[in-house]
Design a protein around this ligand. Structure first.
Ligand code: CIR
Length: 310
């Protein structure tokens, strides 16, 4: 669709929309918010949130974060907009763009729809999770890692689980940091989409990171700093293989992984299903920062809103 307004509008549809010149600053700003810093930086702004799928962390993070920066919020549920009766995404966003300053949208569907929302060209659109990518989760993960380790560079990260929206965004983000080694272990048939793996590998070649993916849990190198997992049922998806639990079973994160990575910190995008992707002793134990990571959702949402609206 023809762009209606020419502007330098900053959408956050992919973590790759944040240029190298801005990404460290956005993470640093999230870390300032993590220390309790608050400013009325969005006073007078109106944030629209449109969540078509369930959300606990992301929706609350953007709403609470906007309010804490003195913005006002209009929240739309799945049936509230005329989109539900067939109005196009383009027309919907064109109308909203005259009234609200930024739209935070979780479709859990195709990212193309988010591009259709962004086509109007004057109201930035933030991807609060599409089927392909979860960019604001990646920002959360970066600021959580930075807070915990004091850096992101040189971290050795093991990601275990489906190559879902969280994994794609994490791979695109971490691959931009020199010295990072990201090892993805994804169940056979549930790996990262090839184009995302290729983009992350291209980032890594440029930055001096390393990204690799395998579909088994054999020959794991020792000494990971982070073990990261995600639930087995990704929002809005179903698994074609009726036997998928057997395929996923070897990819459960348990204390066994700490035999070779005794200093590793555990991360999880949540919601968690104890006894499936992770055992309760790991998630609820001293190695886990998963619930601090959830708090970072708001800090990174605040930084993302400011970046789009600056
Ligand atoms: N932290 C979150 O945003 N959690 C929501 C679900 C994330 C997960 N990748 C999913 O699609 O199910």
């Amino acid at each position: 669709m023809r762009r209606r307004y020419e502007s330098t509008m900053k959408n956050l549809l992919s973590v790759s929309d944040l240029p190298d010149s801005d990404l460290p600053g956005v993470v640093a700003r999230a870390l300032e918010f993590a220390t309790g810093k608050r400013e009325p930086s969005l006073d007078g702004r109106i944030v629209g949130t449109y969540f078509r799928k369930t959300s606990t962390r992301t929706r609350t993070a953007f709403t609470a974060g906007a309010l804490r920066l003195s913005a006002q919020v209009i929240a739309y549920g799945p049936e509230d907009l005329q989109l539900a009766t067939g109005e196009t995404a383009e027309d919907t966003a064109l109308v909203l763009s005259g009234m609200v300053d930024v739209l935070v949208a979780r479709t859990a569907g195709s990212t193309e729809e988010l591009h259709a929302f962004a086509a109007q060209g004057r109201m930035p659109v933030i991807n609060a999770m599409s089927a392909a990518e979860h960019p604001t989760q990646a920002l959360t993960d970066l600021s959580t890692m930075h807070e915990h380790f004091g850096r992101i560079e040189d971290l050795r990260v093991l990601y275990v689980g489906e190559g879902n929206n969280t994994a794609t965004a994490l791979a695109l983000a971490l691959s931009r940091y020199p010295g990072v080694r990201l090892e993805l272990r994804t169940p056979p048939g549930y790996g990262l989409p090839a184009d995302y793996l290729a983009r992350a590998s291209a980032n890594a070649r440029r930055s001096g990171a390393e990204v690799s993916e395998r579909h088994d849990m054999d020959d794991l190198p020792p000494g990971f700093d982070v073990v990261y997992t995600t639930r087995w049922q990704t929002t809005g998806t179903s698994k074609p293989d009726p036997d998928w639990r057997t395929v996923f079973a070897p990819f459960q994160v348990s204390a066994k992984l700490w035999e070779t990575s005794p200093a590793a910190t555990f991360m999880h995008d949540l919601p968690a299903h104890r006894g499936e992707e992770v055992t309760a002793d790991v998630l609820d134990g001293p190695v886990s920062i998963a619930f601090r990571q959830a708090e970072h959702k708001m800090f990174s949402a605040m930084a993302a809103l400011e970046w789009c609206l600056a």
